[in-house]
Design a protein around this ligand. Structure first.
Ligand code: GCV
Length: 718
């Protein structure tokens, strides 16, 4: 090897290989030392010491985070002062309460800072974080650290950020035995057996990570709830978690099993109008608040998929929710009551049932109740039109429920940038009050003037060393937090930000990662459920394709119920001549989807049963289009792998390998989806796969014979 080549090679290695291996544990909070000396000095000029005015625990957290973060980024100790220091001091405090802060903030700026919001500004060489409350200071501190991580100049810094949504909560579908329903990243991080004494460092790091993206609540138990969590010993365990969360501004919530007064209290009934039942809940809530003074409240799944609820006693959802709300109200707690309901006996299209159940109750819920609605009317499918409830309950705060764990989008092994899906839902116009009535405006309360607002994300976190199993699952957690803070953000910008915080500053690599995240969503929709198909996954664990699933305890758990394939065509007719689910949307929305030939292709088979030979606006028949979409999706999955390989030089080896291995699985599984689904639908279309497209590798019988008894995340049966 020539010396010139050797040194060039060595230089390349040094420039592109980080000094230590990475396992993903540090998430987006890496704080690696800034290598550019000049930039470091510039930052140090306004950030060489810190003064945070006040003694509240959250303020102390902000000071500690700033000091540790800045020290790591700037490569030298950044002390926390007891008194406001001179030039070069970062100063943080609460408006109207901090004598150090008030003179530095104009009245006009101060007026613009709302609860939990903050002003970040550079005043006379000092960095100022001014907020309405301690949480705002903490969020401002994390924002400042993010700016350094992104190498942003601070010279003219002046920004005001206020959260647009009040309750920004993760929902953990974690069981007390540490299994996680629909969890693909190991076991639950909550070790109930060892609580309250043993506090795992992960609890603290979890709280930090959430606070850094503005999440302010965590429901730590599964919506398929267990009354045991209300037993005094379990409440002490929950209180220990709440103690960990509190300094990070996170409130703890629990799921409430509606039949708890029977199971735990020994009462003969859980009827919400029964005075003994009401007293049981009132006493239980008081007991909880004695242990957890800032307890957030309850999340409830009632009369849904076998869960008990008020309808067991002939009462409606409002009567059930209000009973719990009354118990919580004196303490400032809220009820998040889920709209994910569909009846066992109901012959009605499942997509219509929640609307039918809840709209007549609009205006009947207490002020501290929010109705938590999944983004679409069926169940977290790769793509659904928005839930018709959004915009249809002007007198009841509706909060969004997104799934961050990928039950139906590749589970633990596929890279799918979910923020694309979240953005699509949030930006959808419901036309509820004319043009521009987007779902985001329902969620942030601006459309109907909701006082209480919220967004929930079903967590994808587990004991996996990198938290989310698939490293890119971290991007979904991150994006959920950022969108809960501001539902108007764009997925692309969030992806780029996450990629830079998580991996590298190199523009070429950043561009590739952003593109992978952005394009992966459409790719997944295409290789799983193109053109509006839905719920054709295998039964139970929902892992892999299962369009042939027909034999289940109830029709609306089968795939054939949803795709309705027959010799004539494919798709669920939800127009007037079918189930008429479309009538639940405002007229302009209906107009957009009612006509088969004008309906956007992404929802064609959601709303229409289309003949196989029908020519679409692409000039292709439905069958040809279906084949093409499945193939495009699978080809995109291969492209994702290639794209990742093309930036290998910029990513540390350990994380590069983790992602590479998952991308290979994704590529394989995308083809499996394509071939299994096309083989199956071909038995109805009786048409050939177009000659330019690859034929399925195996027979339909082969795909149907595959079983996965130990696929993760299956719902345990008690
Ligand atoms: C927690 C889907 C999932 C269930 C989940 C349910 C829900 O049906 O498959 O595991 O239960 O949604 O959101 O309540």
């Amino acid at each position: 090897m020539s010396r010139v080549f050797f040194f060039t090679f060595l230089f390349f290695l040094l420039a592109h290989t980080p000094l230590r291996a990475e396992d993903g544990y540090r998430l987006w909070l890496r704080y690696d030392k800034i290598e550019n000396e000049e930039l470091r000095r510039a930052y140090l000029r306004s950030l060489s010491q810190i003064f945070v005015d006040g003694e509240e625990a959250i303020l102390r957290t902000a000071a500690a985070e700033l000091s540790a973060g800045l020290e790591a980024l700037l490569g030298q100790p950044v002390p926390i002062l007891e008194e406001p220091g001179g030039a070069g001091t970062a100063i943080a405090g609460i408006l109207g309460r901090s004598p150090a802060i008030d003179p530095l903030v104009s009245e006009e700026d101060a007026r613009k800072v709302a609860s939990e919001g903050y002003l970040l500004t550079n005043r006379r060489g000092s960095l100022v974080i001014a907020a309405r409350d301690a949480r705002g200071v903490l969020y401002g501190a994390f924002h400042l650290l993010r700016l350094l991580q992104l190498r942003q100049p601070l010279g003219n810094l002046h920004l005001i950020e206020n959260p647009k949504v009040k309750l920004r909560v993760l929902n953990h579908w974690d069981n007390l035995d540490r299994t996680v329903e629909r969890g693909y990243a190991g076991f639950s991080i909550w070790n109930w057996h060892e609580l309250p004494e043993y506090i795992d460092q992960r609890y603290i790091d979890y709280a930090r990570a959430n606070a850094s993206i503005g999440i302010n609540g965590a429901v730590v138990t599964n919506v398929n709830a267990n009354a045991l969590v209300f037993r005094p010993d379990y409440l002490e365990k929950a209180a220990a978690l709440a103690d960990v969360f509190r300094p990070y501004g996170i409130r703890l919530y629990l799921t409430a099993r509606f039949s708890s007064p029977i199971e735990l209290g020994g009462l003969p009934t859980a009827d919400p109008l029964n005075p003994d039942v009401q007293k049981w809940w009132k006493d239980k809530v008081e007991e909880i608040y004695r242990l957890i003074p800032d307890f957030g409240g309850f999340l409830v799944k009632a009369n849904s998929e076998g869960q008990p609820g008020p309808q067991d006693y002939g009462r409606n959802h409002a009567e059930g929710a209000n009973m719990l709300a009354d118990a919580l109200a004196p303490h400032g707690g809220a009820v998040m009551w889920r709209a994910f309901v569909y009846s066992e006996e109901e012959p009605e299209d499942r997509a219509k049932q929640a609307y039918n159940e809840f709209v007549p109750l609009d205006g009947q819920f207490r002020e501290n109740v929010l109705i938590q609605v999944k983004n679409g009317p069926i169940d977290f499918q790769p793509r659904e039109p928005v839930h018709p409830l959004f915009g249809a309950m002007p007198k009841t705060p509706l909060m969004m429920e997104f799934q961050v764990t990928k039950e139906y989008l590749g589970q633990g092994t596929h890279l799918v940038g979910l923020a694309e899906m979240y953005e699509e839902a949030l930006q959808t116009d419901t036309y509820a009050q004319g043009k521009g009535s987007t779902v985001a405006r329902v969620i942030d309360g601006s459309l109907h003037g909701y006082q209480l607002t919220g967004m929930a994300g079903v967590s994808n976190i587990g004991t996996a060393r990198n938290w989310t199993g698939h490293l890119f699952g971290q991007a979904d957690w991150y994006a959920f937090g950022r969108l809960a803070w501001d539902p108007y953000l764009h997925a692309g910008a969030i992806f780029r930000e996450w990629a830079e915080l998580t991996f590298t500053h190199h523009p070429e690599a950043l561009g590739a990662i952003q593109d992978m995240l952005s394009s992966s969503y459409e790719a997944c929709v295409n290789y799983m459920t193109p053109l509006g198909l839905h719920h054709i996954m295998a039964a139970g664990h929902h892992y892999g394709p299962g369009p042939w699933v027909s034999n289940m305890p109830r029709a609306d758990w089968t795939s054939v119920y949803y795709h309705r394939a027959d010799e004539q065509g494919l798709g669920f007719n939800r127009t007037k001549s079918g189930s008429n689910a479309l009538e639940q949307y405002p007229p302009p929305f209906q107009a957009r989807y009612a006509d088969r030939d004008k309906c956007p292709h992404k929802f064609l088979l959601w709303f229409h049963h289309v003949p196989w030979g029908h020519i679409l606006s692409t000039g292709r028949t439905l069958w040809e289009e279906l084949c093409l979409r499945y193939h495009q999706g699978a080809a995109e999955a291969s492209r994702l792998r290639e794209q990742w390989e093309s930036i290998s030089g910029y990513i540390d080896e350990e994380r590069f390998r983790q992602v590479s291995m998952h991308l290979k699985i994704q590529e394989k599984e995308a083809r499996w989806w394509r071939d299994a689904c096309l083989s199956y639908f071909q038995t109805f279309s009786k048409m050939e796969i177009p000659p330019n497209l690859e034929k399925p590798k195996h027979s339909l019988e082969y795909y149907q014979s595959l079983t996965f008894p130990y696929a993760p995340g299956i719902r345990p049966r008690w």
